[in-house]
Structure formats: structure tokens, C-alpha cells
Design a protein. Structure first.
Ligand code: MTE
Ligand code: QUE
Ligand code: MOS
Length: 754
């Protein structure tokens, strides 16, 4: 059950794009970024930069042979600035030199004259100026206003969540190599090889069949290499195309943090209405998404926010509106959860507010309103096989949560009664999660292909559209294939992801890498098996269905028939049986009517519950997440060790977003935290000292490959609970719902109270 990739990582033998040999005759590309957030370019002077020894050429917008356009969903993003700049970090010129040092020196000599305009940084302000990426969207269920009018309790408030840097260990990187006839081969660190292929083709003015994108693995991505890898691949390709020699671009950390998009910050207004018992009646919400200067994937992210407006709860009347607001920061992009975490934070903040005004316990409100099978989501789909209550109840039973919470409540009550307040305060929070799996409304992406070769020695090579980024998709597919062919995982090799072998790939995103590509690989195995069994059936004059494979052998009616896998393969080859197969999988039964915002956008939902305990130093504002207990619904896990890593890693990344990671800008839109030294990340010391994760294991999910469930993104949202546990521990229940709850911010809340 050990992921074999791990050994190579730990020994330093894994080779990333930048670890490959790069020829001395190749060119190195470094980009010159706009130092100004908004304005018209009056003059760009590259003359001194061109004189630096080793500099070969410098490209600006007018030098692009194809289209200067890398917008994917909406065509609103130039590769290189033309007349104006829209954010600090916007590429303005690309320098190509014999060495990276020469290129960097040249960057320092570029002079730009910009007529500066005041930037817009706040999404509410952008909204008021009608700076929208796309028309506002509204999802409606029932009649929220009528329900609010009849409610006993109506909680209103605001919630804000911040940006998040992906901080993949491997920065953005691409090596482009020109091949014959002007074709270009790219080794790219991208989650979306076809997207790189498409944008490089467009920018270089070439047909897609001339661009080959190869992806071995990524040193982490988290959504940050889905749309955002295109830019750097285009720069590498342009250099290779113009020079005829290989061209390499590797962003150093500070350039990467400056120029690439992050998680979208959101500002939101909410109203949550309930009856006297705490049953939710209505939820009204307005989301202001800070999209940055161009669309990128913002409209799809916004949609996922709307889909998750009521989180894991059932609310019969909902009115949810969302605006994607154009501002002068980097175009924000996909990040684990893809807009859903922002929605879930707002809803759980609304629950805290409802508890505060009603005096009803938070956990009572949460539990009373958890989604049940048959409940309708705001988008009209009914919850099928809902497991929210099962996860919640199991967490209570397995971790003895009532007792744990009572112990903390007792301390707090004693402090209140005696007035003797300890320096250290404790708090807790439960965080249920429900996350929809599928590329919602972008249904064309819910497809994958796999290409399998069985070689004459019985070894197997598998190509799919899935990109390995540390999440273990390659190993999961290897296990699916090995299990299907009845051979050892060691006999199966996962090839690189390559657009020439498997075309029109969907990005490895939306947690669906294994669901889609694993299913396609399984289908390809079945095709090969069917041919092998038919061949044996003809040989032995019996039926194909009598045969099966397992433990490296052929079985007939459940009995080993003395033919090994290797013998079977070589005999079949000798009789000219096709030993390769390509299969195509597309998720069934998805539909959505955008005119009414109703349909079935997800194949299924994943559920879970997390419980956190935090301890706050009320003097300093510092804190520790002491306890994190999780019950997570995985269906039938393909590899529990990989999935455990995903749950723990995702949750810690979520805790980081909610409690410490903070992107700050000057009033002029200059990032203040775009370096590893100024951006605070969770580290090993941030990991809860008592972290436990268990799975709801017995359940088979008939909507995904081998009964499994997608795992990549959902656990991220557990981290939201850490915010509320800290808030309670600090005794700052009345403070604003403004994330991240950094020690600085908490210190401010505590001073205000004192
Ligand atoms: N895990 C690791 N180690 N590295 C990553 O970059 N990305 C996450 C998640 N887990 C990521 C990760 C994101 S954003 C997604 S969408 C999924 O992995 C993608 O892979 P999957 O579809 O195979 O789960
Ligand atoms: C979740 C996702 C994605 C998504 C929708 C989801 C995603 C993604 C796209 C997308 C949408 C339209 C496009 C496109 C991509 O949608 O990652 O190229 O034209 O890329 O619910 O994770
Ligand atoms: Mo993940 S944000 O869908 O790459």
C-alpha cells in the first residue's frame, strides 16, 4: 500500500522539469513585470537591456507571431501588456539570454513610463463601479423573503475571506524544444496539458497538432497550474520558435508569488432566518468575488461558490447572488475547493451569528439542519445517499465529542462565574463538509481517455490524461489496472501525460482525476481482457465468461488453468490479438439549465465532519490547534494511505488559509507579502498535536470507479472549523467574521475587548 513515488522523492531521485539536462546553446527567459497596478504605458525602453552581454532578444506584445491572448473561458487576458497595465506583476516584456543571470541583469535595465491611475483593489468598490467580469448570477430556491418575514430569528452580517498563495514547492516552469518543421515540444509543469497546447498554438500562430506537451509530474499544483501554467509555456515556446534552440523559463519564488493568481478573496453579506427551534427557514447571500484583472477561471469558481451556498445544510428558501468583480490584482484562479470554501465560510459564520442572537447552541443548529437524503440543493438536485448525519454521528460517538465539549464549557462557565479568567482560553468547533464532484456546468470536461499497451513480456504501460502532482493519481490508476489484469502493481508503468498520446485532456482538477482517468483505464483493461478471453475461449472451445485473471494467472471457472499472465500474453500476440486499447469515459447523467440555474451538475457528493479544539494565549493573541478529529466519507478507498494523506494535507492547507496565510497590498496595489519570508505558511509546528482521521469505509459509491469517492479537495474545507474554534477560545464571539484569524488580528480583537 505504499506509494512507490515516495521512495524516489525522499531519495532525491525524482526529476522535475528543471532537473533535466538543458543544453548550453539553449536560451533562458526572464520576464519583466509591471511595477504599477493600473495605468497607460507611455514609453517602454529596452535599449540598455538589449546591450547586456548574453542577451539575444527581447519580446514585447508587438513581436508575438500569433494572437496576444491567453484567456481561456473569456478572451480578456493578454500575454504581454499592450497599451496599459492592469496589475503589479503583469508581464510587459520577455528577455531571452544565454544565461539566466544575463537575462535578470537585463530586466533591471528596462525602463518604463506609465501614466498611473488609482487602482481598484476592493471587490465591493469594483462592483459599485460596475467593473464585472461577467453578468451577476442568482440561484433561487423557494421564497427567501417570505420565509424571512415569518421567521423568529433573523441573523444578518458580513463575512470576508482572504487570498491564498498556492506555494507549490516546484515553481512555474517550462522547457520548449523546437523540433522538425517548426513544431514545438514542451515539458511543462501544468495540470492542463491541452490548455497549454491550445494557448501555445494560438500565441505562436501554429495548429495544435504541431505542439506536443509532455508532463511527467508536478511538484505540487493545488489549482495554481491549471490556467496559470499557460503564460510561462507561451514564453518558453515563443523563445524556441524564434531562436530555433531550446528555451527554458523557471520562475524564482518571488516572481512566482508576484505574478501568479491566488485563491479569490471574497466579501459577503448574509441573512440567515430560522424558526424558534433553530430550524433554518431561509438564507440570503450576496458574494463579491475579487477576480483580479482578468477572468481566468473566475466565472467557474463563482458558480461553485453558488452551488455550495448552503454548505452541508438544508435550507428550503435560498436567494444567492454572486458577482465576479474586476480589480487591479493578479487574475485569481483555481485553488483547492474552487470557490466552495469561500461559500462554506460564509454559511458557518451565519450559523455562529444565528447562535449568538438566539442563544441556541451552534452544534444544535448545525445538527438540526444537516442535509438528508432527498433534501433539495439550491440548484434543484436532490441529495442522494446523503451521509452528513452518519459522519456527524460517528464523530460524536467515536471521539466522545459531547464529553470533550462539556469539559471546555465547564471551564468557561467557571471563569464566567468567578470572574477569574485564565491567560489561556479553550474553544472548539465542528465543521461538516459537503462537496459536489464533477466539473459543474463545464460538462465537456467530464471526460477522459486512457491508452494501455501490454508488451510481449506481460509488462504494461498506461497513458491517460491525468497529471500527477503529488496527489497519487498515478499510483491509484496503477492499482486499478494491476487489479483488473490480475498482476502486480510493479508490472504496470504510468507514462507521462502527453498530448500526442492522449489528446483533448481535461485538466486534472475538480478532484476528478482518478474518477475520470481511472474509469477510462479500467475500461481499456476490460477491452484487452475481452480479447484475451475470446482468444482463449476459441482455443479451448469454451465461453469467454468462464475466464478471469488474478495472481498473475489465468483462471477458468475460478480454477487456475496452468497459464501464467506472461504465457497468455505471448500466445495471444503470436495469434495476432491486439494487445493495446484506448478507452473513453464520460460521466453519465449530468445536466444543467443555466436559464433557470437548475439541474444535476454533480455525479455525487462527498461528506464529512471535523472537530477542532484550539487554545489561545489571551495575552499575546497566539494560538494552537490542539485537536483535529475527522470522520471522512471515501466510499471504498482505492488506496487508504494516499487518501489519508489527502485528508490530512488538505485540512492543514485549509487551516492555513483560515488562520495565518495573509496576502497584503499597499493602497497602490503593490503586494507586501509576495515572498517566502513575508508570507506565513503552516509548517510542521502548525499541525494539530492530536490529529485523527477515520473513514466511513463500508459504503460503495456506485457513481465512481470501483466504488471510490474523489478526495482531493473536500478535506480542505474542514480547516474552516479552526477559525471558529480560535474565535471561541479567545472569547471573541462578537468580533467580525474576517479571515484569516492571524495572531495580529486576534491580538487586535483581544485589546478591543479588554
Ligand atoms: N495533493 C498534492 N499533494 N498536490 C496537489 O497539488 N492538488 C489538489 C488535490 N490534492 C494537489 C493535491 C487539487 S486542487 C485537486 S483538484 C486534486 O488534488 C487533483 O487531483 P485528483 O483529481 O487526482 O484528486
Ligand atoms: C470545478 C472545477 C473546474 C470547473 C468547474 C468546477 C475547473 C475548470 C473549469 C473550466 C470551466 C470552463 C472552461 C474551462 C475550464 O470548470 O477546474 O476551460 O472553459 O478548469 O465545478 O475544478
Ligand atoms: Mo483543483 S483547484 O480543481 O486544481
Amino acid at each position: 500500500m505504499i506509494n512507490p513515488d515516495t521512495t524516489y522523492h525522499v531519495m532525491g531521485l525524482t526529476r522535475y522539469v528543471d532537473d533535466r539536462d538543458f543544453p548550453a546553446r539553449g536560451l533562458h527567459c526572464v520576464v519583466y513585470f509591471s511595477p504599477i497596478a493600473k495605468g497607460k504605458i507611455r514609453d517602454l525602453d529596452t535599449s540598455d537591456a538589449r546591450k547586456v552581454p548574453g542577451v539575444v532578444f527581447i519580446l514585447t506584445a508587438k513581436d508575438i507571431p500569433g494572437k496576444n491572448q491567453i484567456g481561456g473561458v473569456i478572451q480578456d487576458e493578454v500575454l504581454l501588456a499592450e497599451d496599459e497595465v492592469a496589475f503589479v506583476g503583469m508581464p510587459v516584456a520577455a528577455i531571452y539570454a544565454r544565461t539566466e543571470d544575463a537575462a535578470r541583469e537585463a530586466v533591471g535595465l528596462i525602463k518604463i513610463d506609465i501614466a498611473e491611475d488609482p487602482p481598484v483593489l476592493d471587490p465591493r468598490e469594483a462592483y459599485n463601479r460596475n467593473e464585472l467580469i461577467a453578468p451577476v448570477r442568482t440561484f433561487i430556491l423557494g421564497d427567501a423573503d417570505a420565509a424571512i418575514a415569518s421567521a423568529v430569528y433573523v441573523a444578518e452580517g458580513r463575512a470576508e475571506s482572504g487570498a491564498q498563495e498556492h506555494f507549490y514547492l516546484e515553481g512555474q516552469v517550462c522547457v520548449a524544444t523546437p523540433s522538425e518543421e517548426g513544431n514545438i515540444h514542451l515539458s511543462s509543469a501544468t495540470q492542463a496539458p491541452t490548455s497549454v497546447q491550445r494557448s501555445v498554438a494560438k500565441v505562436c500562430g501554429l495548429a495544435m497538432n504541431r505542439i506536443e506537451v509532455d508532463v511527467r509530474r508536478l511538484g505540487g499544483a493545488f489549482g495554481g497550474k491549471e490556467a496559470q501554467a499557460n503564460t510561462w509555456a507561451c514564453f518558453a515556446a515563443l523563445g524556441a520558435q524564434k531562436s530555433g534552440v531550446p528555451c527554458r523559463i523557471v520562475l524564482r519564488r518571488s516572481d512566482d508569488m508576484l505574478a501568479t493568481g491566488k485563491r479569490h478573496p471574497y466579501a459577503s453579506d448574509f441573512t440567515l432566518a430560522m424558526d424558534g427551534s433553530g430550524k433554518f427557514l431561509a438564507f440570503k447571500v450576496m458574494y463579491y468575488q475579487n477576480a483580479g484583472a482578468a477572468a481566468d477561471l473566475s466565472t467557474s469558481v463563482l458558480e461553485r461558490t453558488l452551488f455550495h451556498a448552503t454548505a452541508s445544510y438544508y435550507v428550503p428558501n435560498v436567494h444567492a447572488t454572486a458577482a465576479s468583480c474586476r480589480t487591479n490584482i493578479t487574475p485569481n484562479t483555481a485553488f483547492r475547493g474552487f470557490g466552495a470554501p469561500q461559500a462554506m465560510f460564509v454559511f458557518d459564520a451565519a450559523i455562529r451569528e444565528a447562535s449568538r442572537i438566539s442563544g441556541l447552541r451552534v452544534e444544535t443548529l448545525q445538527h438540526k439542519n444537516l442535509l438528508k437524503t432527498g433534501d433539495t440543493f439550491v440548484y434543484g438536485m436532490a441529495a442522494e445517499n446523503a451521509r452528513a448525519c452518519r459522519c456527524w454521528d460517528k464523530a460524536y460517538a467515536y471521539y466522545d465529542l459531547s464529553k470533550r465539549m462539556r469539559a471546555i464549557d465547564d471551564i468557561r462557565r467557571k471563569e464566567k462565574d468567578t470572574g477569574q479568567v485564565s491567560r489561556y482560553g479553550r474553544g472548539y468547533a465542528l465543521m461538516p463538509v459537503c462537496f459536489g464532484i464533477s466539473f459543474a456546468t463545464a460538462f465537456f470536461l467530464n471526460q477522459a481517455r486512457a491508452h494501455i499497451h501490454v508488451y510481449t513480456d506481460g509488462s504494461v504501460g498506461v497513458s491517460t490524461g491525468a497529471v500527477e502532482m503529488g496527489q497519487g493519481v498515478n499510483h491509484k490508476i496503477r492499482e486499478i489496472v494491476a487489479d483488473s489484469l490480475g498482476i502486480a502493481p510493479g508490472q504496470v508503468k504510468l507514462e507521462s501525460t502527453n498530448t500526442t498520446r492522449v489528446s483533448n485532456t481535461s485538466p486534472t482538477a475538480a478532484s476528478s482525476g482518478t474518477d475520470l482517468n481511472g474509469a477510462a483505464a479500467l475500461m481499456a483493461c476490460e477491452m484487452i481482457k475481452a480479447r484475451l478471453f475470446k482468444f482463449m475461449a476459441d482455443e479451448y472451445h469454451c465461453a469467454s465468461k468462464d475466464f478471469s485473471l488474478g495472481t498473475g494467472r489465468l483462471y477458468k471457472k475460478g480454477k487456475a488453468c496452468g497459464v501464467s499472465w506472461e504465457e497468455l500474453v505471448i500466445q495471444a500476440y503470436g495469434s495476432r490479438v491486439q494487445l493495446s486499447a484506448e478507452a473513453h469515459y464520460s460521466t453519465p447523467d449530468l445536466h444543467f439549465d443555466i436559464s433557470v440555474e437548475k439541474g444535476r451538475p454533480f455525479a455525487y457528493h462527498t461528506y464529512g465532519t471535523a472537530y477542532f479544539e484550539a487554545e489561545v494565549d489571551r495575552l499575546l493573541g497566539t494560538y494552537r490547534i490542539e485537536t483535529a478529529y475527522v470522520v471522512h466519507d471515501l466510499g471504498r478507498s482505492i488506496n487508504p494511505i494516499i487518501d489519508l494523506g489527502q485528508v490530512e494535507g488538505g485540512m492543514i492547507q485549509g487551516i492555513g488559509w483560515m488562520t495565518m496565510e495573509e496576502m497584503r497590498y499597499t493602497d497602490l496595489g503593490k503586494p507586501l507579502t509576495a515572498t517566502a519570508g513575508t508570507y506565513k505558511m503552516p509548517d510542521i509546528f502548525s499541525v494539530p498535536s492530536d490529529m485523527q482521521v477515520i473513514f466511513l469505509e463500508d459504503d460503495y459509491n456506485d457513481k465512481a470507479v470501483k466504488g471510490s469517492k474523489a478526495v482531493g479537495e473536500p478535506p480542505f474545507m474542514y480547516g474552516i472549523g479552526a477559525f471558529f474554534a480560535i474565535k471561541m477560545a479567545a472569547g471573541c464571539e462578537n468580533a467580525a467574521y474576517c479571515a484569516p484569524m492571524t495572531p495580529e488580528r486576534l491580538f487586535g480583537h483581544l485589546r478591543k475587548r479588554a
